[in-house]
Write a protein that binds this ligand. Structure first.
Ligand code: ADP
Length: 408
């Protein structure tokens, strides 16, 4: 800071004010482009220029690319923000020296404003190449030493701004990688556990059944075989979910859209849920029968299945109410349970891949993939899915789907 004071001692009050305003803008920077705009506005009254161009280093560190360009000077360049001065920028970048150049000054040039006076300032910090800042004047005059001195201050601040931005990007990158690592670790732990559990049952019961020293009676044998059968289904469902999830992530899940009747689909799903869970009390409230939508009935069925199964898993013994109404050009479907509910901080996260409410009972098996898949499928139908919940009162999932225009 003392160095800064010493160095700025040579500036006039108006210039000093501009330099301080620039350093304040850089210190408070949130959006790099907006701060550069502000720098242009603050610098222009004390330091005449027509263009300011910021070149930053490409990944290879040898070449430069235009990061920002503003033309604020002579009228003829108002229509676009043009990037000039690449040669000046290259030279300043490679030599770490301040460079002044005059371009387009051939003896045949009748228009003085076609002659470009450029001033290139290298941008670097200890050990780090950042790029170069170029100021251009069309038709002169040439940059004077005290103006170059002022431009140096501006360049120092721009370098500081770039360094800060790089730091922010690097932190965000590290954070994203750390989150990804954690997610992958969690994923492997969850998936291994989820796959190993049914596999353990299958292996255990088949080994038991194969024992030659025991003669199992028919009832026990059937009971064991039923468990093997159910656990194989569970394994299949898990693998299907995993595959759907990775196809959805990669955008390669194919949908087979056809015109379907929503009430018929919902009745089928409810019947299936009822037959699999004889104790389930499911109420269908289909207020607008005959609504038609363009849908992949298997995939849409999978969504309703998943939400009803969740109600059975997480709100055991609760009634499930399925309602369908028409509003505007959309079908509104809600699936409600009267279970323990979900606290607000978890609600929106439910639709993220692998998200499970942390205090969910460990006895309820799941991977946190179901609702993620549901949202992706609904989005592929140009619809929306949301959830509302009150602790102790229950949870409602809402699905909105556009109706087929010919069916209304
Ligand atoms: P999974 O059931 O495999 O864990 P889902 O994506 O289907 O995955 O659900 C995510 C989480 O949302 C569940 O782990 C559970 O914590 C919570 N959840 C879903 N539906 C309900 C519900 N009806 N009531 C309470 N919690 C629910």
């Amino acid at each position: 800071m003392d160095d800064f004071k010493k160095a700025t001692g040579s500036l006039r009050p108006q210039e000093l004010e501009a330099v301080y305003a620039i350093s304040r803008a850089v210190a408070e920077a949130v959006n790099t482009e907006a701060v550069l705009d502000e720098i242009v506005q603050l610098a222009r009254p004390v330091f005449i220029f027509d263009n300011m161009v910021l070149y930053t280093c490409c990944q290879d560190n040898n070449s430069l690319e235009v990061k920002y360009a503003r033309a604020i000077g002579r009228g003829r360049f108002h229509e676009a923000d043009l990037a000039w001065g690449e040669a000046t920028a290259q030279q300043a970048h490679l030599t770490h020296e301040i460079v002044t150049q005059v371009e387009g000054a051939g003896s045949n040039e009748p228009d003085r404003t076609n002659i470009r006076y450029s001033l290139g300032l290298p941008l670097y910090t200890s050990g780090e190449e950042l790029g170069a800042l170029v100021f251009i004047r069309f038709g002169g005059p040439a940059f004077l030493p005290e103006q170059i001195h002022l431009a140096e201050f501006i360049a120092q601040h721009v370098a500081q701004l770039l360094q800060h931005r790089q730091l922010v990007e690097r932190i965000a990158d590290l954070e994203a990688r750390r989150r990804l690592d954690n997610l992958q670790e969690d994923f492997i732990a969850t998936i291994s556990h989820e796959l190993l559990t049914p596999l353990g049952f299958i292996k255990g019961y088949t080994t038991t059944l194969l024992r030659e020293d025991i003669n199992w009676d028919e009832t026990t044998r059937r009971e064991f075989l039923n468990i093997v059968n159910e656990e194989s289904d569970r394994l299949r469902e898990l693998i299907d979910n995993l595959m759907d999830s990775s196809r959805l992530q990669a955008g390669t899940l194919r949908m087979n859209f056809q015109l379907i009747r929503l009430d018929t689909l919902l009745k089928d799903i409810a019947l299936r849920a009822q037959s699999r869970n004889p104790n389930l009390s499911i109420e269908l409230n289909l207020k607008s029968p005959g609504l038609q939508i363009l849908a992949d009935s298997t995939r849409l069925g999978q969504v309703f299945d998943n939400i009803i199964n969740n109600a059975i898993k997480y709100a055991p013994n609760s009634k499930v109410v399925v309602t369908m109404t028409e509003f505007g050009n959309r079908a509104h479907i809600s699936i409600r349970d009267f279970g323990p509910g979900i606290s607000p901080q978890h609600l929106e996260k439910l639709f993220q891949r692998f998200y499970r409410v942390p205090d969910t009972s460990t006895s309820v098996r799941g991977t946190g993939l179901g609702l993620y898949i549901c949202r992706k499928i609904i989005q592929a139908h140009h619809g929306e899915i949301t959830a509302e919940s009150t602790l102790g009162e229950g949870t409602t999932f809402f699905i909105h789907l556009p109706l087929d225009p010919n069916s209304t």
